[in-house]
Design a protein around this ligand. Structure first.
Ligand code: PGA
Length: 290
């Protein structure tokens, strides 16, 4: 069971939602809005970024934004251009960064602070993506410091957790994710934890085309929600949004979104193509298992 996340309640019905999607909110008693975030990683310069955001803006309609929060996470060098486009054209697309420093300012060559991102109108920032953990040695303690710094500057952290193939083969994936969540959220208030986004991304599924079984993703997401509930209180457990990430595409998003503990997706490769990303954002129109 997913603790507070399955508490009965009167969730508000959203336009165009499937009965399963509505069921998720009704069961939760919360108003967790689905969130689809595109993690562009180290792809696209600022001109290419503008072209992609323009294509998304052209395709996405008010009903899409009403049903689902749509977020892009371009490289740092494109953020100012994306800000100018989003503000100038009053787009409903939200944006954020893929990483930030845990420090406010100072002699930290190459780093970018939360205050700089906030000034660029960023709403979100990834914290502890597995590629940061792997290639930049980010520990749970560093991720925790980044989460706290992000909150300090009014950014919403998208905290990434997930197991390696070896950990899954050993059957320790749930305890591994729970411990990463505990580490990343250490010291947060219930209110802070409630406002977070957590992305469950099994490392073996990232960029491999090998997507997790929906019931396995559900199991991990429900365990994460339970843990947040146990440590930070039932309100946090009910309200924290949990995404699935790892080879999400238009042909597998609907079945993931049908899982009651999953509120959205963190999309890598498939977010680089406007048409595919729009189809993912419109998962409600896709048949489950299509
Ligand atoms: P992928 O990446 O969709 O290309 O697997 C997901 C991620 O790393 O966030």
């Amino acid at each position: 069971m997913s603790g507070g996340g399955r508490r009965a309640g009167a969730g508000a019905e959203r336009g165009g939602g499937t009965s399963r999607a509505r069921g998720r909110e009704e069961q939760s008693g919360s108003s967790r809005k689905p969130l689809i975030a595109g993690n562009w990683k180290m792809h696209y310069n600022h001109l290419e970024a503008l072209a992609l955001v323009q294509k998304l803006a052209f395709a996405l309609k008010p009903r899409d934004y009403a049903a689902t929060e749509v977020v892009v996470l371009p490289p740092f060098t494109a953020l100012r251009s994306v800000q100018t486009l989003v503000m100038g054209d009053r787009l409903d697309i939200r944006y954020g960064a893929q990483d930030m420093s845990q420090r406010d300012d100072g002699a930290y060559t190459g780093d970018v602070s939360g205050s700089m991102l906030a000034k660029l109108g960023c709403r979100y920032v990834l914290a502890g993506h597995s590629e940061r953990r792997q290639y930049h040695g980010e520990s749970d303690a560093v991720v925790n410091a980044k989460v706290k710094a992000a909150l300090k500057w009014g950014l919403v952290p998208i905290v990434c957790v997930g197991e390696t193939q070896e950990i899954r083969q050993a059957g320790h994936q749930v305890s591994h994710c729970e411990s990463q969540v505990e580490g990343a959220l250490d010291g947060l208030t219930s209110e802070q934890a409630a406002g977070l986004v957590i992305a469950y991304e099994p490392i073996w599924a990232i960029g491999t085309g090998e997507v997790a079984e929906p019931q396995d993703a559900q199991e991990a997401a429900a365990a994460i929600r339970d843990r947040v509930s146990a440590v930070h209180g039932p309100d946090a457990g009910v309200n924290v949004r949990i995404l699935y990430g790892g080879s999400v595409k238009a042909d597998n998003i609907a079945v993931m979104m049908a899982q009651p503990a999953i509120d959205g997706a963190l999309v890598g490769g498939a977010s680089l193509d406007a048409g595919e990303f729009v189809r993912i954002c419109r998962y409600r129109e896709l048949a489950v298992g299509a």
